[in-house]
Design a protein around this ligand. Structure first.
Ligand code: HPA
Length: 238
């Protein structure tokens, strides 16, 4: 067991899907995995292990924001020997060519967080996805007929959901950044620190610039698409 995860040494698979919302972890375990068992309830941050197409897979809630994400991902890597983490989440689009319900595969993650300025003595660091996971996820999206609505590129992980100004979104969008969320820069940083593989697969829940939003039904269908892409990635990447 570790400080925030109350699991035994072999309870967690070497590949873990991480939604922000622990109830999403429960939903994934109940609807997509076979023989799923609950290994963590500490702070209500559910973690489950089951199988998908015969492969052992875990799904662990991360909470919102880089600090929470870093707690769970670091413990998974250091104490449970996890080798691949796939974040599954939502983001707000900032680039006009990205539409709500589209899929974004985060190739790199800019951030308003100071984690890397702290880690690198004031200099910058470019948190980057693992290429083999990125390639497997893109292929899984193409195989599902989703190539027209799948975007691969940089994203922005902010520290604040409400706090930053519009001009910042527009500035990042003008540099080709596709969407905004709050965790991936933490994931890619910790993955590079420990030499494991990581990828963020995001569905676009709202468009920050155009104001377009999704209905609950639409979110459910896009969530299913994202899950199938994430699980295919988990079992197909080397
Ligand atoms: N900002 C940050 N995270 C998000 C957003 C957003 O607009 N939409 C979905 N996740």
């Amino acid at each position: 067991m570790s400080t925030h995860i109350n699991a035994g040494p072999n309870d967690i698979a070497d590949t873990v899907l991480m939604p922000g919302d622990p109830l999403r972890a429960k939903f994934v375990a109940e609807n997509f995995l076979e023989n799923a068992t609950l290994y963590n309830e500490v702070r209500g941050m559910y973690g489950y292990t089951g199988t998908y197409q015969g492969r052992k897979i875990s799904v662990q809630g991360s909470g919102m924001g880089i600090p929470s994400f870093l707690i769970y991902s670091t413990e998974l890597i250091k104490f449970y020997n996890v080798k691949k983490i796939i974040r599954i989440g939502t983001c707000g689009a900032i680039k006009k060519s990205v539409k709500v319900r589209d899929l974004i595969l985060g190739m790199s993650a800019n951030t308003t967080s100071n984690i890397n300025k702290t880690r690198f003595g004031g200099y910058d660091f470019a948190p980057t996805a693992d290429f083999s996971l990125l390639q497997a996820a893109y292929q899984a999206a193409v195989d599902k007929g989703l190539s027209d609505k799948t975007h691969v590129g940089p994203i922005l992980s902010t520290d604040e959901f409400y706090g930053h100004d519009e001009w910042l979104n527009e500035r990042y969008a003008s540099y080709g950044v596709l969407g905004v969320e709050m965790e991936t820069a933490g994931l890619y940083t910790v993955a590079q620190q420990y030499g494991i593989k990581a990828l963020a697969i995001l569905t676009v829940s709202d468009h920050i610039i155009t104001g377009e939003a999704t209905s609950a039904n639409e979110r459910e269908q896009t969530f299913t698409d994202m899950m199938e892409v994430a699980l295919k990635t988990a079992v197909s990447a080397t």
